[in-house]
Design a protein around this ligand. Sequence first.
Ligand code: PD2
Ligand code: ZN
Length: 276
Amino acid sequence: MPSAQTLQQVATPEVRAWVRAQAALGHTVPTLLKAMRAAGWRASVAREVVAGTLAAPAPVPVPKTAIGTGCRVDAGDRQIDVLMQMQEPHIVVFGNVLSEEECNALMETARRRLTRSLTVAVKTGGEELNDDRTSRGMFFTRGENELVNRIEARLAKLLDWPIENGEGLQVLQYLPGAEYKPHYDYFDPAESGTPSILQRGGQRVATLIIYLSTPEAGGATVFPDVGLEVAPQRGHAVFFSYDQPHASTLSLHGGAPVLAGEKWVATKWLREKQFI
Ligand code: PD2
Ligand code: ZN
């Protein structure tokens, strides 16, 4: 049994893996709690950790981009800079993902197809207007044109995840005041519409948000669980993964209100399996 940390008793992924492994071997919850108590865990914390872990779906493989690499990743037709990375949650900030011309071309093609952004309606699996998300957006279909094809091939190499598992690129435009309140990108297993959404390629396991413009003020992508704010810079991108559809992944994130100028992003969501 991994020991409890002395100052703060934290359920790390290792602790949760241990709980899951013991349960899979047939050990009962009281036996697990006894072992945790013996290793120094407070009873109330141990109960919460065991209950929370066994209620959460098991982790699945996710893209492991940039882990252990230096400050640059070979993405085939482009060398991409690693500007920042953290392990838990797994977040990487990349530079030089798209050229200025590529950012402009995506925005220009997307502009005439923008409509008020919708969010997935978790009750039905359809889409709905949501006050938490005040951007305008559109989707490219996968492989829609030469530029999209080139970018998708680059991202597949960068993230080491099959092109076929990616949803089509979504482009969003935020005008001053527009925001995207904190949310999770995975589909909530408790919602009734989720099974039908998962038929198209399983869960989302990672997100790449590429900044197509640099607003004059505001518009950071925020991760409230870890107090991180990524400033939007044209051509840069922020990646994060979540190996369970669960808050313990610390993947809560949002788009802070744009204060001046325009923020444009292209988002690529990665699924567990082929997205159809
Ligand atoms: O534009 C953003 O910063 C942002 C923030 C949170 C985008 C998304 N989520 C998304 O596209 O899921
Ligand atoms: Zn999001």
